[in-house]
Design a protein around this ligand. Structure first.
Ligand SMILES: [Zn+2]
Length: 196
């Protein structure tokens, strides 16, 4: 579910990355873009290899993940970038996306998918990055070190706001209220840095 005002974003075709989400109005740094809603499913029961096209699963915990309603536009349509302009924030068991910087009208909204390291487990890996940034790493997988750092950060963040108990097989309900802005944490700069 987008939390931006109607008419300030649109879904368009991209060059080589399927659909993407674009801003039509200026989005200020810190603005909360969306809440990743969908069906609560068991992480262990999901086969990522089955989902080569979309990568729509949003990991919440080792036990629970969110699978969005693919018939509706939503934050699952944001493409991956090695230098994204949006980032993830854990909030009361939900996953919010917010703007890392000011975003100009016409820019594509992007996020890092923060995939676990590919240690030879991703056969014929389709997680090739086509973000086109000059710092593109060519893959959506993080290095081992960066992935560990991100997991540690997320585990700490999740404890700050206790999640509501997710019920498997049910849609994650909307929160009664959302923050308007989120102050970014420098973790993103570490994750997106060119070093491993
Ligand atoms: Zn890239």
């Amino acid at each position: 579910m987008f939390l931006l005002k109607d008419g300030s974003w649109e879904v368009k075709k991209t060059k080589g990355k399927g659909r993407g989400v674009f801003s039509t109005k200026k989005i200020k740094m810190g603005t909360v873009i969306s809440d990743y809603l969908g069906m609560v499913i068991k992480t262990a029961e999901y086969d990522l290899d089955r989902d080569k096209e979309g990568l729509y699963l949003m990991y919440l915990t080792n036990r629970a993940s969110i699978y969005p309603d693919l018939t509706k536009p939503g934050p699952h349509l944001l493409n991956h970038s090695c230098m994204p302009n949006c980032w993830i924030h854990a909030y009361y068991g939900h996953t919010l996306f917010f703007a890392l910087r000011n975003i100009e009208p016409g820019e594509e909204l992007t996020i890092s998918y923060l995939l676990s390291p590919d240690e030879g487990t991703c056969d014929n890996c389709t997680h090739i990055c086509k973000c086109g940034n000059n710092k593109c790493k060519g893959t959506m997988h993080l290095s081992k070190d960066k992935y560990r750092l991100w997991q540690q950060f997320q585990n700490k963040e999740r404890k700050k706001t206790k999640g509501i108990r997710a019920i498997f097989g049910k849609n994650l309900p909307k929160l009664s209220s959302y923050p308007k802005t989120i102050t970014s944490n420098p973790i993103y700069a570490v994750i997106c840095s060119s070093s491993n």
